[in-house]
Design a protein around this ligand. Structure first.
Ligand code: C2E
Ligand code: MG
Ligand code: MG
Length: 616
């Protein structure tokens, strides 16, 4: 019985609907509460027939509140999911505050139907009976459940339609729906999803370096760019998809009712392709030498396969996927896969592994050389952490370091990294391989740990490594978190003679002025700038500027992620000091690195003829 799904405009027929529902369920009265939602600031109540004589809405009672917030209650039994019958209401202490209200109206039993989907409750339908002699039958409860589902959908549909009509839910700049409306739309689409056969996709589209554009070319220019992007995105999506602006430089696409994941990939490809052409600006915006600009995007995709998916979780997954897409470079997308994002159980398992990793010997280091761009000599070696799970599968630092940071185990793990790297460096020296500075990465938690300086001093003393052989790498975003504190710590490190590198430079939004105050020895240009490095590109001029800036500040400049001969040669032509990347060597185990060095440091010999390196 689908009483409500067909209802085109709920408000007008609510009283009739409530009457129909009451009659179908042999109740003497019914009542619909719609909780306050963004479109309507107040809760709304509609009623039919017999009602409790209470000045306060009955839904303020703890019993209803429990149902709204926790889904379960100890008072009401739940013979069917989402249906709560209560016979002989006077026997339930939680209803005592309402006993007079019910008694004076002659109400003896209730049937409560929260209108909810997953975690989100939008209201409640309550039915009243004056006679408790007949309990609610199974058939009635089954019917009540399907009515509640229909009612829930109808109310949501109505709210979304209302929001769609209201301009307040659209972004003024682009004319696209914004977050609040998208969120409701997503919840509605999920609730309407058939249990099998269809999927729904949420695609987050993030603009690359939009903040830089905004900062350097001005907000007016940035605003116009967003409008041009919105217009172009509109052209690539069809009517079934909903395009919106999620936040500053983030657009979102919701695609309901898809049959297969390949369709999602096809949409993602269409979105990527539409950024192949530059965005052309009107004459009045001609700030650059040209009036057009290329923009790159990254996308994070989450897929719901059944209506039991939660909108909040889905958004979270798309966000995680977006974050992960950074590892693939620009103009790329990542589809959320549970295995890569540690759902709670995986996460706990990983936390457990990390807690015991040192004792269980599941941590090890890989080493990647940094090469002097002119001489080919190794000027340093970066130690990169690896962790093995219980099945000897290697987990990437990007996946486990955030978890170790949250759980706090990063402090011990970080100490283990510094100690192991120093021991290794000492061993290499004893083996006569050379005295290479070894660089370790520091996490934000380590930098905030007031024992850091003592720990490092102890390790240096214990391993007999000279302080200048140890280098610490901190990322730009970590460094600026608490600039004063960072400066103080880095200065203490400097006092003991340890070298300091600023990692992933160019990815954070730190002001260049901050660079002036940090005591640094080296700047590492993030690999995202190197990835598409070609002569006469924007990236080439950015890299050139970073190198010049670094040199002006007396810093040694290293380019990360050098993979090709073209990148290498271009970096050499613009006076970069050193390079690190797969072109020379992937991060390898200590024995593999020793073999490479012992067998004649091929990068050294081949540097004069870098083309030879390609055969390796
Ligand atoms: P990072 O410090 O920027 O390290 C460089 C990353 O770039 C490494 O990834 C390395 O494998 C990768 N890489 C090097 N050359 C190339 C190349 O030519 N092409 C490409 N595509 N990639 C290249 P990895 O080992 O996965 O580490 C990722 C990040 O995890 C590191 O970035 C660092 O921030 C963090 N990390 C690694 N070890 C530690 C550690 O011991 N402690 C802390 N706190 N963080 C660590
Ligand atoms: Mg690093
Ligand atoms: Mg880096």
């Amino acid at each position: 019985m689908k009483l409500l799904c067909l209802s085109p405009s709920l408000p007008h027929i609510k009283p009739e609907l409530l009457a129909e529902i009451a009659q179908a369920l042999h109740a003497d009265g019914s009542r619909l509460l719609i909780l306050a939602q963004p479109p309507a600031q107040h809760a709304q109540v509609f009623s039919y027939g017999l009602q409790p004589r209470s000045a306060m809405p009955i839904e303020k009672n703890l019993l209803w509140q429990d149902l709204f917030h926790h889904q379960t209650t100890t008072t009401a039994s739940q013979p069917l999911a989402g249906v709560y019958p209560i016979d002989r209401i006077w026997e339930h202490p939680i209803l005592a505050p309402l006993s007079i209200a019910f008694a004076t109206a002659g109400i003896q039993s209730l049937l409560i139907l929260p209108l909810r989907h997953n975690q989100q409750c939008i209201g409640c339908l309550t039915l009243f009976r004056s006679s408790a002699s007949i309990p609610w039958t199974d058939q009635e409860l089954e019917l009540a459940r399907s009515l509640a589902i229909d009612m829930h959908l109808a109310v949501m549909q109505q709210q979304v339609e209302q929001m769609c009509r209201d301009r307040a839910y659209y972004d003024i700049l682009t004319g696209l729906p914004h977050r609040l409306l998208l969120d409701r739309w997503l919840s509605l689409s999920l609730a309407k999803m058939p249990t099998e056969g269809k999927i729904l996709a949420v695609i987050f589209i993030n603009l690359d370096r939009f903040k830089n554009i905004n900062d350097s070319l001005g907000h007016k220019f940035g605003d116009r760019l967003l409008q041009l992007i919105a217009a172009r995105l509109k052209q690539v999506v069809d009517d079934t998809a909903i395009l919106g602006r999620w936040s500053g430089d983030e657009f979102v696409l919701l695609i309901p009712e898809l049959s297969h994941i390949t369709t999602v990939q096809a949409v993602a490809d269409r979105v990527l392709n539409c950024f192949d052409l530059p965005f052309v600006f009107e004459q009045s915006f001609q700030i650059l030498t040209t009036n057009s600009l290329y923009i790159k995007v990254r996308m994070g995709i989450a897929i719901a396969t059944g209506s039991d998916c939660d909108s909040e979780l889905l958004i979270q997954q798309a966000d995680i996927a977006l974050d992960r897409s950074k590892n693939h470079g620009k103009n790329n997308y990542e589809i959320y896969a549970p295995i890569t994002t540690h759902p709670p159980t995986d996460r706990l398992r990983l936390e457990h592994i990390l807690d015991r990793a040192i004792v269980d010997g599941q941590l090890f280091l890989h080493y990647q050389p940094q090469i002097d761009i002119q001489t080919g000599a190794i000027i340093g070696i970066e130690a990169l952490l690896r962790c093995q799970d219980n099945h000897a599968k290697t987990i990437n630092p990007a996946d486990f370091i955030p978890i170790a940071e949250e759980s706090g185990s990063i402090i011990q793990i970080g100490e283990w990294v510094i100690r192991t790297a120093c021991q290794q460096s000492q061993l290499w020296q004893e083996m006569g391989l050379g005295n290479f500075p070894v660089a370790v990465n520091l996490s934000v938690k380590q930098l905030q740990d007031r024992n850091l300086i003592d720990i490092i001093s102890e390790i240096l003393a214990e391993t007999r490594v000279s302080p200048a052989t140890l280098e610490v790498e901190i990322t730009e975003s970590i460094a600026i978190k608490d600039l004063d504190q960072t400066i103080a710590i880095l200065e203490s490190l400097r006092e003991i003679g340890v070298k300091i590198s600023l990692d992933d430079f160019g990815t954070g939004y730190s002001s260049l002025a901050a660079l002036k105050y940090l005591p640094l020895d080296r700047l590492k240009i993030d690999r995202s700038f190197i990835r598409e490095l070609k002569i006469n590109t924007v990236d080439a001029s950015i890299v050139n500027t970073i190198i010049n800036l670094g040199h002006e500040l007396n810093l040694n400049v290293v380019a990360e992620g050098v993979e090709t001969i073209e990148q290498f040669e271009l970096l050499r032509s613009i006076n970069c000091d050193a390079v690190q990347g797969f072109f020379f060597s992937r991060p390898v185990t200590a024995p593999d690195l020793e073999t490479m060095i012992a067998t004649g440091s091929y990068w050294h010999q081949n540097l004069a003829h870098p083309h030879n390196l390609l055969s390796h």
